[in-house]
Design a protein around this ligand. Structure first.
Ligand code: PLP
Length: 407
């Protein structure tokens, strides 16, 4: 008799945007024709750049000819793309072997799957609030107990709050797998070298592994901030890095990312090379490689012109961030993030809950945001604004908040 994986029953509600979409739909149905401004979901809106389009088109053309058609690729990803990524890291003085880079279909699947190479008894530390995939994937795997009083038993929560600038302090109790997302979704905070070094030192001392989600690092303009965990000495012994073309170059629908599992990475019962080997085994068993069309798009991003164009794309969204931040601050709101990250973390006024403030913004200003409480208990009392919108919508949204929101 087949049975279900009961860990799924422990998950809290549908994936986070379900309720947001429902409330938005209800509002639209009750207010037909009303213009609403979507600053909720972190999905890109601006078109792919010319160099990327050229790369994608050329590959599609090749696939249409018997002479140039290609099928399955290298299980770890196209060697040209891995070479281009190794060069990209080299510019930041980080040396990676091609065997250490695994091309994927994006950071979500890798950040959800990566824990499968670690023992089920590994204790997981997760920032609160943070991108929910790290937590949910570990709930599904069975690394947690029940959900009680807003927290899962067995998880080490690392609080992110105004006092610590939304960058978590070291875990208070022993943790084996530590998830760090910097620049952070949802708070827009970025960890400094010193803060990351503290985590690396902790991991080396405790034989823990850091899973570093770097998918927003291209939004860092402050040169003093780290863009890779491997900028920290010793990190190759204790950290895996996950990254993506999604927010860098508008690949949210194209799908392409990569994960670095260094050969030097070790844990208690795994010598050098073993974890790299396990991830290779996991991926070659359960993943058949990134799309060869997307791969050509990724190569285009890493070309000289592609790189420049992606920079412009990022500047577009960061201009939105600046405008949102300035407008909200001018209205007296407490606003965080949005300087080296595409998210604005907004404190709800008058101690409103995240959902109450969400409803108020929707009903009065017709602006859709994401309630901070969906990212963890410590996100209560905040909302997240995504800057991945069209600039005209951002302008209208800010005007509408100024004119219509009864603060
Ligand atoms: N990691 C973080 C922190 C994210 O915010 C997101 C998407 O919003 C992802 C990963 C998923 O990225 P991808 O589109 O590469 O799967």
């Amino acid at each position: 008799m087949a049975t279900v994986n009961k860990n799924y029953d422990k998950l809290q509600g549908a994936y986070m945007f379900g309720e947001v979409a429902k409330r938005m739909k209800d509002f639209v149905e009750k207010n037909p024709g009303m213009e609403i401004f979507r600053l909720g979901i972190g999905d890109t809106t601006q078109p792919l750049t010319p160099t990327v389009i050229k790369g994608l088109k050329e590959k599609v053309k090749k696939l249409g000819s018997i002479k140039t058609y290609t099928g399955y690729g290298h299980p770890q990803g196209d060697i040209r793309l891995r070479t281009a990524l190794a060069e990209f890291y080299k510019k930041r003085k980080i040396d990676l072997a091609l065997e250490e880079i695994f091309i994927s279909d994006g950071a979500k699947s890798d950040s959800g799957n990566i824990a499968s190479i670690f023992g089920l008894d590994s204790i997981v530390a997760i920032a609160d609030p943070v991108y929910p995939v790290y937590l949910d994937s570990n709930v599904i795997a069975g690394r947690t107990g029940e959900f009680k009083n807003g927290k899962y038993e067995g998880i080490v929560y690392m609080s992110c709050n105004e006092e610590n600038g939304f960058v978590p302090a070291l875990p208070k109790s022993k943790a084996d797998l530590i998830y760090i997302c910097s620049p952070n979704n949802p708070t827009g905070s970025v960890a400094t070298h010193k803060q990351l070094k503290a985590f690396v030192d902790y991991a080396l001392k405790n034989k823990s592994v850091i899973i570093f989600d770097a998918c927003y690092v291209q939004y860092i303009s402050d040169k003093s901030l780290p863009k890779s965990i491997y900028e920290i000495e010793g990190a190759k012994k204790c950290a895996i890095e996950i990254n993506s073309f999604s927010k860098w170059s508008g690949f949210t629908g194209v799908r392409l990312g990569w994960t670095v599992v260094p050969m030097d990475l070790v844990v208690e019962d795994a010598p050098e090379g073993k974890l790299n080997n396990l991830w290779n085994r996991r991926q070659s068993t359960m993943f058949n490689g990134a799309s060869n069309i997307s791969t050509e798009g990724g190569l285009a991003v890493l070309s000289e012109s592609g790189f420049k164009e992606s920079k412009k794309l990022i500047a577009y969204y960061m201009d939105n961030a600046k405008k949102i931040k300035q407008s909200l601050a001018a209205l007296g709101f407490k606003v965080f993030g949005g300087e080296n990250a595409p998210y604005i973390w907004l404190k709800a006024p008058k101690n409103l809950t995240s959902w109450k403030f969400f409803d108020k913004l929707l009903k009065e200003a017709h602006v859709v945001v994401t309630p901070g409480s969906l990212f963890g208990r410590e996100g209560e009392g905040y909302v997240r604004l995504s800057t991945f919108a069209d600039k005209r919508d951002v302008k209208k949204a800010m005007e509408s908040i100024k004119k219509n929101l009864k603060i």
